[in-house]
Design a protein around this ligand. Structure first.
Ligand SMILES: [Mn+2]
Length: 326
């Protein structure tokens, strides 16, 4: 089964088949969709006999380390790419999200495969379709267009991508075809129990200690329609947690009855904060994030905002307040 048969994969297929050395990458602060897409395509290209390497600006997150070949992903900001002729960016809504200098792309054919509606088609060849539930699902289609069978390794990686990007099959783009694809992933060797244990049931205790502190910051605004929560560097230091450990906290506040917009704020670098949004009941948080210089999807989006925590709250509150006024 192909999810979106009319999608234009031909330029990507032609380029990959004639490439001498392909480099795959994904966005900074990579997640299971980015890493899963990267690994799924890595295995498919390797099986085709194509030379392929993977390079990211950040280390592989803990929840992805069980995926086959995760240890082959290299990390570095100024790598030697002299033999690379084709670079594929996966799940990155903007070129800046890759964390590499522009010079890295010079003289290479650059391919952009992504499902963020806000993606500005920044590469030479772009396949961007926000109807896909995950970039991993795009690789599911691409592997078939490449004429390859779905290997166990690729299926395992795509399963992790789809599981996490749909918040365990809960989000609006989950339809019958997504479940048909998932059935094919399992038939090819993906193991739901292994994925659940690696992704959801292997949390460090420090993460729960951090969640305890984060929940003390929970505030409900707009007559119960918005929920706000944050963590600070001090809270991370106190609990021994890292920035990755607050991944998914936003889903805790999203679970509150009546809440339509959820905001979660955590430290990034310097005085920059990462602000994540989740929407429910028709509230489009993608446009909220876009107004703050970020992007994403209708019901899941994010941006980076500079300033003190109070200033960040004030900037975000103004934009979110406008949504409830409209
Ligand atoms: Mn994604």
């Amino acid at each position: 089964m192909i999810l979106f048969p009319k999608e234009q994969w031909q330029p990507v297929v032609v380029q990959l088949k004639c490439a001498k050395h392909v480099m795959l990458t994904t966005h900074c602060n990579s997640d299971a969709d980015g890493i899963g897409s990267e690994l799924a395509l890595f295995h498919a290209l390797q099986n085709m006999g194509i030379r392929v390497s993977m390079l990211n600006c950040d280390v592989v997150p803990r929840i992805c380390q069980y995926l086959p070949a995760a240890e082959s992903i290299q990390v570095g900001e100024n790598p030697d790419v002299s033999t690379v002729d084709t670079i594929v960016a996966l799940d990155a809504g903007a070129k800046s999200r890759l964390g590499f200098p522009d010079a890295l792309f010079e003289g290479k054919t650059f391919i952009n495969i992504d499902h963020h509606a806000s993606n500005p088609n920044y590469a030479d060849i772009n396949v961007v379709n926000a109807d896909y539930c995950a970039t991993g699902a795009m690789i599911f289609d691409l592997i078939q267009h490449l004429g390859q069978n779905l290997s166990k390794e690729s299926a395992t990686a795509i399963y992790a991508a789809v599981l996490t990007d749909t918040a365990s099959f809960q989000l609006d783009r989950v339809n019958a075809d997504v479940h048909r694809m998932t059935a094919e992933l399992i038939e090819a060797g993906a193991k739901p129990e292994e994925a659940a244990n690696a992704i959801y049931n292997s949390q460090p205790l420090a993460r729960l200690s951090l969640l305890t502190l984060a929940l003390q910051t929970l505030s409900i605004q707009h007559e119960g329609r918005s929920a706000w929560m944050h963590v600070t560097q001090d809270m991370q230091d106190e609990t021994g947690a890292n920035h990755e450990d607050s991944e998914g906290f936003i889903d805790v506040s999203r679970s509150i009855d009546g809440v339509e917009i959820v905001v979660f704020i955590r430290p990034e670098r310097g005085n920059r904060w990462k602000v994540s949004f989740r929407g429910k009941s028709g509230k489009d948080v993608g446009s909220v994030a876009a107004q703050l210089g970020g992007g994403g999807h209708k019901y899941a989006a994010g941006c980076a905002v500079s300033g003190s925590l109070e200033e960040v709250y004030a900037k975000v509150a103004k934009v979110v307040g406008d949504v409830f006024k409209a």
